[in-house]
Ligand binder design. Structure first.
Ligand code: FES
Length: 159
């Protein structure tokens, strides 16, 4: 076991992990953050997407010890004072979740996408979501929700 110290959703966090432990399992099984889903377990479906230093990673294949000293953000870290993040709000408004299994990963991927490109258009959003699979929605409502969130976030930033 080795100590992993990192910042998780704004809180300094420390626990002992094994070198083979993947971040998704540490988050879910050791820290109780089950919002991060595990789909394929091979880094191909995007359900396990979290942000590490603002970059979207597939946490099911991301060694937990690689997060040492870094900022990790999961879906649980998005809402503040019971206020949903603009992307979460937009997913609700546009009915972009059906079973919801892909939703946390879609939202975390969208955050990294809009941080890089706040004015992303439909094509850029679709391209940005490559690697995040949804079995239910056909993606139309997901893309509309992200477009809506992008508008709201640009307004919040005064752009
Ligand atoms: Fe069911 Fe996307 S809403 S997999």
């Amino acid at each position: 076991m080795t100590t992993l110290a990192f910042n998780l959703n704004g809180k300094d966090t420390s626990l002992d992990v094994s070198p083979g432990d993947m971040l998704a399992h540490v988050l879910r099984d050791r820290l109780g953050l089950i919002g991060t889903k595990i789909g394929c377990g091979e880094g191909e479906c995007g359900a396990c997407t979290v942000l590490v230093d603002g970059k979207a990673v597939a946490s099911c294949i991301y060694p937990a010890l690689k997060a040492r000293g870094r900022q990790v953000q999961t879906i649980e870290g998005l809402s503040h004072d019971a206020q949903l993040h603009a992307i979460q709000e937009a997913f609700v408004q546009k009915a972009a979740a059906q079973c919801g299994y892909c939703t946390p990963g879609m939202i975390m991927k969208s955050i990294s996408l809009l941080a890089k490109n706040p004015a992303a258009d439909e094509t850029e959003i679709k391209h940005g979501l490559e690697g995040n699979l949804c079995r239910c929605t056909g993606y139309v409502k997901i893309v509309k929700a992200i477009q809506r969130a992008a508008e709201v976030m640009r307004r919040q930033l005064g752009r």
